[in-house]
Design a protein around this ligand. Structure first.
Ligand SMILES: [Zn+2]
Length: 223
């Protein structure tokens, strides 16, 4: 059974692992499954036209299985108004193809919930590390939650993870130097279930979310 790493910035191909590599928008990359999107940290007026062109091409690439990471961040220098505009524009671009969306969110959850409401794509909040109450609200609004290395050390986050329904979960390494297997092991312990059950559950989540896209369905490399 395979470990699914829903979001990573490190290009390593591990045995028994299916990884979604988050490519830099200008990086020329089509070798394996990837996600592509304009991250709020790196929005610059000078490059934006070109980057939207690249994103359009990427979204038509069969190896590009998700839009992301995209989102809103109140702690970065980019103007929040511009972030919202760019975020919305990317969601609009996804209208025909409806790829699952990997969300980066810092202190902007209410805005994310509001803006994404009118789209029927699957949304995954990556690197979730907030409180139970917010997790409940996100789950109620149909979001999936992906957890990463903070599961290893934050006790209250472990509790949130434990309470999250298994059919709404993903795991990821993001930019951490840690193996996805280690995260799965701790996650299975927290859930108090065998590793095999966790692997199976997350594979099913993957299928539910990603096979909705025709491009993924016709791509035979995941199995
Ligand atoms: Zn990331």
């Amino acid at each position: 059974m395979r470990y699914i790493n829903i979001h990573t910035h490190k290009l390593n191909i591990h045995e028994n692992t299916f990884e979604i590599y988050n490519k830099k928008i200008t990086e020329n990359f089509t070798k394996q499954h990837f996600s592509s999107g304009l991250h709020p940290w790196f929005i610059t007026e000078k490059n934006i036209q070109t980057e939207f062109q690249i994103l359009k091409t990427d979204l038509n690439n069969k190896h590009c299985i998700a839009l992301g990471e995209i989102g809103l961040d109140k702690l970065t220098n980019t103007s929040f108004e511009i972030q919202k505009e760019v975020f919305k524009k990317q969601l609009e671009l996804n209208k025909k193809i409806k790829k699952p969306v990997i969300i980066h969110c810092v202190k902007s959850f209410q805005e994310i919930i509001q803006i994404t409401k009118k789209y029927d794509y699957s949304f995954i909040i990556h690197g979730y590390n907030k409180k139970q109450e917010l997790a409940n609200q996100l789950l109620k609004n149909g979001f999936y939650l992906s957890f990463g290395k903070q599961l290893l050390s934050k006790e209250n986050l472990q509790q949130v993870f434990k309470n999250t329904p298994i059919n709404k979960l993903f795991l990821e390494t993001d930019d951490a130097k840690i193996s996805i297997k280690k995260i799965y092991n701790i996650a299975a312990e927290i859930k108090n279930i065998p590793l095999e059950s966790l692997l199976l559950a997350l594979q099913n989540n993957f299928k539910t979310v990603f096979y909705e896209s025709e491009l993924v369905r016709t791509n035979r490399t995941f199995n």
